[in-house]
Design a protein around this ligand. Sequence first.
Ligand SMILES: Nc1nc2c(ncn2[C@@H]2O[C@H](COP(=O)(O)OP(=O)(O)O)[C@@H](O)[C@H]2O)c(=O)[nH]1
Ligand SMILES: [Mg+2]
Length: 277
Amino acid sequence: MISSENLREELSSILEKTELLLHRMRAAQRIARGLSVALIGAPNAGKSTLFNALLAEDRAIVSPEAGTTRDVITEEIKLGPYYVRLADTAGLRLASGGIEQEGISRARELAEGAEVAIVVVDAAQPEEAIRRQLAELPQLECATVLALNKWELVDETKRAALLLAFDGWHGGGVVGLSAARGTGTDRLLTTLRSALDARVGVGVDALLPTEFQLQMLLASRSAIVQTLDLVKATGLSQPELISAGLGSAVRALSDLVGETTPDTVLAKIFSEFCIGK
Ligand SMILES: Nc1nc2c(ncn2[C@@H]2O[C@H](COP(=O)(O)OP(=O)(O)O)[C@@H](O)[C@H]2O)c(=O)[nH]1
Ligand SMILES: [Mg+2]
C-alpha cells in the first residue's frame, strides 16, 4: 500500500520532470521561431539573386548596378524544424553616404544579431580580390557559411583551388553555387541547416513540440499539480479524485506521444498506487 508521503514524492518528481521538459520545449520553440540568417557580402556579389533563389520568389531588387539594395528585406523560410528569417542586406562596405550608408549600418547590425551569416562572394573574381573582400568584412559573432557565387563562370581548376583555399571556413562550410541558375542552393540549405544545428545545439529537433503536444503537456502538468495539491491537503482520503487526476495526467501524456493508453495500463498504474479501482 502506497503512503500519502510516497505518492507526494512520486508526484513531485513527475512534476519536476514535466517542468524540465516544458522548459526545453519552450526554449526549442523560441529558438526555432526566432532564428535569423543574414546574407552579407560586397555589392554585386549576388546576395539579392540568392535571396530570391532561396525564396523562389522575386522579392528583392536585383540589379547589375552596385549598391542597389539599400534596405534590409526579410522573409521567413522553413528549414527542417527551424523557422528562419532570411535577411537580404545592402553590401557591407564603406559607401559615400546617404541612404546606402544607412542601409549598410543596418546590415551590420542585422548580421550581428543573426545566428548565421551567409557570406556571398563573386567567385568569378580573381582569388586575391575574393580574399580582400573577405578580409574587409567586419568581425562577426555569428557562425558564417561561405557561398561562392557565380560558380558556373568558374573553371574546374579554379573551383578546386577555391574549395581547397576556403576549406573548413570558420567551421561553417563552403558551397559553390549559381544563384542565377539556382544550382547548388540545395547544398547551401543543407549546410545552413548544419550550421544552425551546431549553433542552436543538438537535440532541439527532437524536443521541438507541435502546439498540440505543448498543450497536452500543459494539461498533464495541471492535472499533476491538482492531484498533488489534493494529496497534500487530504492525504489518501479521496481515492476517486486522486484516481481521476492521475487518469487525466496519463491520458494527456498519451495524446502527447500519440498513443492511446489501454485501460489495462491505466488499471495497472492505479493498482500500483493502490488507489481507485
Ligand atoms: N553569372 C552569374 N551572375 C549572377 C549570379 N548571381 C547574381 N548574378 C548577377 O550579379 C549581379 C548582382 O546581383 P545582385 O543579386 O543584385 O547582387 P547584390 O548586390 O549582392 O545583391 C546581377 O547582374 C546578377 O544578375 C550567378 O550565379 N551567376
Ligand atoms: Mg542586393
